[in-house]
Design a protein around this ligand. Structure first.
Ligand code: URA
Length: 426
């Protein structure tokens, strides 16, 4: 049935539920170019302000999926499981996780993005490995999933094209932080991708989209319902993002830290989250009998990493790029580091050149922040607390400004660590 844009906008403005045919029409007509950007902007703002029912969210997701192709991994000899993180600082988990799950016998088709703003992008991190390429055809992806068991690559243009247009518009109209729009955006891509099982890592805290546990819970519940309704075994973990993950935020520095995890070491929080997500992915894919911790310690996850990176042209034995300049920030006092703020660290890494302000900007492979203590650790006045890395020393000043007020050193007697995994939905 044909509708017109003003009628659909008016309905949502007046807090009515949109009908299935209004949703199908407006998503399709916008993707085709028959609904103008200014009309879709008005509708998105009305959705942000007035919300959507579960039925509307489900239908909007189906309409976005129908705007493009659907991938099919049913010909593979093993089950598939994917992970999606809503984005955080120092979140390099995909790097050790994909080969780890592959080493446990479940294939991981991981379509990832580039970073925008203070949260890093998995593809930017992997592109710091000499020769590695992010773009694969669907056939190459399928072949690598069969031979290696893990692929991390850029989503092709054919997958949920409605989301590509809508996301770009949301980015410039202040309509990104709406739970129905985030849930439909993420889940349309994951369902179209064709994974059999999906584990969502919904981040909560200063460095995340969702600042409160209640908001994160609502987003997780909405996405889990969308996945399950589409026949994808979906669960979500709510995990802390008030503190950045590990000891590094940037590109090559995060690859280096991931290699330490794959070699059986690395920061305890990165190992804990990697193993927790791997257990969920394996259970959702019907392989809950395998313990991923064993595959980290026996070297098989590292073997899968080497195969995965080489298959995409990466030189696994080449040294990783380093920045031309470094600047050490000493601890201003002795005591316990009681707080390290994820947003402050993420902004510093971004200002050093690890992230981009506009989609078309390039990132620096060697840029980023390394911190030498995590909350709960003792620090000594004058000893290094942060090392900042960039190719352009004029960036240090703004990065230092973002770290101001981003940490506390004090008496550790009242310090209680925040749990990393806050809740589970599914
Ligand atoms: N990631 C997405 O893919 N979409 C959103 O809306 C937010 C985060």
């Amino acid at each position: 049935m044909a509708h017109d844009a003003v009628e659909v906008i008016g309905a949502k403005r007046d807090r009515q539920e949109l009908s299935d045919s209004q949703i199908d029409w407006v998503v399709e007509a916008y993707t085709r170019g028959d609904v103008a950007d200014e009309q879709m902007s008005a509708l998105l703002m009305a959705i942000l302000l007035n919300g959507m029912s579960r039925r509307e969210i489900g239908r909007w997701t189906s309409a976005m999926i129908a705007s493009g192709e659907r991938m099919d991994f049913s010909s593979l000899s093993r089950p598939t499981a994917d992970k999606h993180s809503t984005g955080g600082v120092g979140d390099k988990i995909t790097l050790p996780l994909a080969p780890l799950v592959a080493a446990c016998g479940v294939a991981v088709p991981q379509l990832s993005g580039r970073g925008l703003g203070h949260t890093g992008g998995t593809l930017d991190k992997l592109e710091s490995i000499p020769g590695w390429r992010a773009t694969l055809s669907n056939e190459e992806m399928l072949a690598q999933l069969e031979s290696v068991g893990a692929v991390v690559c850029a989503a092709g243009d054919g997958l949920a094209p409605a989301d590509k247009k809508l996301y770009a518009l949301r980015d410039v109209t202040g309509t990104v932080p709406a739970i129905p729009l985030i849930a439909t955006s993420i889940m349309s891509k994951k369902i179209a991708e064709g994974t059999g099982a999906l584990v969502l890592d919904v981040k909560v805290g200063t460095g995340a989209f969702m600042r409160t546990v209640d908001e994160a819970h609502e987003l997780a519940t909405t996405m889990v319902a969308l996945g399950q309704d589409a026949g994808v075994a979906t669960v979500a973990l709510l995990t802390d993002m008030s503190t950045p993950l590990g000891l590094t935020a940037g590109n090559a520095v995060e690859v280096q830290e991931s290699l330490e995890v794959l070699a059986g070491g690395g920061p305890a929080d990165v190992v804990e989250l990697t193993v927790a997500l791997a257990r969920e992915m394996l259970a959702a894919a019907g392989r809950g009998d395998v313990d991923p911790a064993d595959k980290l310690s026996d070297g098989s996850a590292m073997d899968a990493w080497r195969a995965m990176i080489s298959a995409q042209g990466g030189d696994v034995d080449a040294s990783l790029p380093t920045s031309r300049e470094t600047h050490v920030v000493p601890a201003p006092a002795s005591g316990t580091l009681t707080r390290l703020d994820a947003l402050a660290v993420g902004l510093a890494a971004w200002r050093l050149g690890a992230g981009r302000a506009r989609k078309e900007d390039a990132v620096q492979a060697g840029a980023g922040v390394v911190w030498h203590a995590r909350p709960g650790d003792e620090v000594t006045e004058g000893r290094p607390l942060f090392t900042l890395h960039t190719d352009e020393p004029e960036r240090f000043e703004r990065a230092l400004e973002s770290l101001e007020g981003g940490f506390d050193i004090g008496d550790g007697s009242a310090f209680t660590p925040t749990p990393l995994v806050i809740d589970r939905v599914g």
